[in-house]
Each structure stands twice: as C-alpha cells, then as structure tokens.
Design a protein around this ligand. Structure first.
Ligand code: SF4
Ligand code: SF4
Length: 302
C-alpha cells in the first residue's frame, strides 16, 4: 500500500487552481526559499511544533512524560531541546492546551481520497477539483502518482503546484495524469535564484520548457516580494522568457504574505526577515500591465 506524509488538507480553497478545490499539502521540499510561507513543508519528516504562548501556567505534563527529557520550563516558557527530541509525539498527545503539536502525518492514498471526495458536488458545480501542493509534491512521486490515479478514476480534476526542481523523469511520469500544472518561477537570474532559494533555476526552466513542449497545461506563478523580485529585471525577463516559450495558459502574480515567520520560529528555525514585504497594489497593477505587453494573460492572485 502506498503511503505518504502530508502536513495539511485545506478544503474550499479558491486560489489553488480553477473553481472550489481541496488542496493537499505534501511534506518535503528541495528548495529553501528565504521567504517560505510553508516552512513546515520543507522537511520530509514529522516535526514538533511548539506554541509557548498556549502553555498553561500550572501544568508540567510534558516534562513528566517526555521519554527523552527534552522538555523544560522556565517560568511559564516551555522549551524543547531539539537535539534530544525524537518526535515521538507523547508530549503533543497529552498537552491539554495544544501548545505542542506534531506536524505531518503518514496517510494512505485511500485516506486522502476519502477527504477529497467529500466535496465532489462543489467541484462539479464550480469546475474545481483537487490540488496537490507542498512543499514539493513531486518529492513523493509514487504517492502523488497514486493520488492522481485515484482522482482520475473518479473524474476529479487535478492540479499540481510545483517548484519544478525535480528530475525530469518524475515530471514525465505523472504529467499525463495531471489536468493543470501551477508552476512557480521565483527568479530568472540564476545567481540570485541560488542566493534566495538555495538552488539553481536551470532545471526548473528546462523542465518547464519540456512540459510545454509535450502539451501539458501550465499556469506560471510568480511569487513577488518587494525589492527582491518585483523589479523590472526579474519581471521583464520572466515575461520575455515565457512569451518566447509560448503555450503558457496564464501568469498568476502571487503577492508575498508573512505567515511563514511565526511557523518557522515554532519549528526552531530562522524565519523570514521582517523586512520582507508584499509589493503595493499599485506596483502589482503596474507589473500586471507590463507582463501583458508581452502578449500573456495575467491575473493577480492564484
Ligand atoms: S516529541 Fe517526544 S521526545 Fe520530543 S519533546 Fe515531545 S515527548 Fe519528548
Ligand atoms: S503539556 Fe502543554 S500545557 Fe502542559 S506544560 Fe507541556 S506544553 Fe504546557
């Protein structure tokens, strides 16, 4: 039985493809975007999330039950020693305040499909379906393939939200099962792409070219962060490249939002700097118009 690790299922999603959708977030990502808004999707493993502000003053249950003595409390501040923690989940299961929680659960294809099928009437009314996101869903290619097969056999529309940073055979292996790719383009300059995401964009661009050539439906998505990649250097280079490529269905402009910072801190990782901001609405409109001059259909939001 094929299983995979997911960290969330979001129902009634309106920005992850056409219509009303259920978005399944698969855990694990090969990129380390500095602005990541889903840091809990980066590691392929389960993780312990700590929300100290929820901890109850008189309680010390987790200190008593942790088999690794990884939890300590100073005053009302709960701390977990990540070097000792084995992510066994004992503390999270017993915490009355949900101050501790395990992120990520191993599930079967059937379990996920059961959730997806619940909203089938909404998909049919709205032209929606299921979207597989992450993290990078193709890091669990066999699991993703099983999910896509199960959706297809039930007539459920599918979208895959990908960074494109995967070996071509992985994409090639699933592309005929996917109704729509939502394909991220974060930076056109390779040095800057390495600097901000940790990897080169060469594979990403090459895979996008190949996907379009073989006739897959693709919406390109440009996440935009003020002062990082909303300038003409990136925007115009992306528009020119996509226009020359031809066959892209649309370009979606995704404005940065700062939700990832808190989540990263709760996982004991450095979060994005407070200096990251979304472009202003005026700048987004300006970028949209500029990209349209390259003959591309552009939309604000996903
Ligand atoms: S997940 Fe397990 S090992 Fe880690 S702090 Fe909680 S009880 Fe201890
Ligand atoms: S079990 Fe929960 S509420 Fe109790 S001390 Fe631990 S984190 Fe705080």
């Amino acid at each position: 039985m094929i299983t995979g690790v997911i960290f969330d299922i979001k129902r009634y999603a309106l920005h992850d493809g056409p219509g009303i959708r259920t978005t399944v977030f698969l855990k694990g990502c090969p990129l380390r975007c500095v602005w990541c808004h889903n840091p809990e999707g980066q590691s392929p493993c389960q993780e312990l999330l700590v929300r100290p502000e929820r901890c109850l003053e008189e309680c010390d249950l987790c200190l008593q039950t942790c088999p690794e003595t990884a939890v300590s409390k100073t005053g009302n501040i709960i701390r977990v020693d990540r070097r000792k923690c084995r992510v066994c989940g004992t503390c999270a299961a017993g915490c009355p305040a949900e101050a501790l929680a395990i992120v990520g659960r191993r599930v079967t294809v059937d379990e996920v499909i059961e959730d997806i099928e619940r909203d089938d009437p909404f998909y049919r009314q709205s032209g929606g379906g299921a979207t597989f996101s992450g993290g990078e869903p193709l890091m669990q290619a066999d699991f993703l393939s099983g999910l896509l097969d199960a959706c297809r056999s039930r007539g459920i529309h599918t979208a895959v939200d990908t960074s494109g940073y995967v070996p071509w055979p992985s994409l090639d292996g699933i592309r005929e099962k996917v109704d729509l790719f939502l394909y991220d383009l974060k930076m056109m300059d390779d040095d800057r792409h390495r600097e901000w995401t940790g990897v080169s964009n060469a594979v990403i661009l090459e895979n996008l070219k190949r996907l379009v050539r073989v006739g897959s439906r693709v919406v390109a998505r440009l996440p935009l962060i003020k002062g990082i990649n909303d300038g003409p250097d990136h925007v115009e280079a992306a528009a020119a490249w996509l226009s020359a490529l031809g066959g892209i269905e649309r370009v979606d402009l995704l404005s940065y939002h700062a939700l990832g910072g808190d989540k990263a801190v709760r996982l004991s990782r450095p979060g994005p700097s407070d200096d990251f901001l979304p472009p202003s609405q005026r700048d987004l409109e300006r970028i949209k118009k500029r990209i349209q001059t390259f003959g591309l259909d552009v939309r604000l939001g996903g």
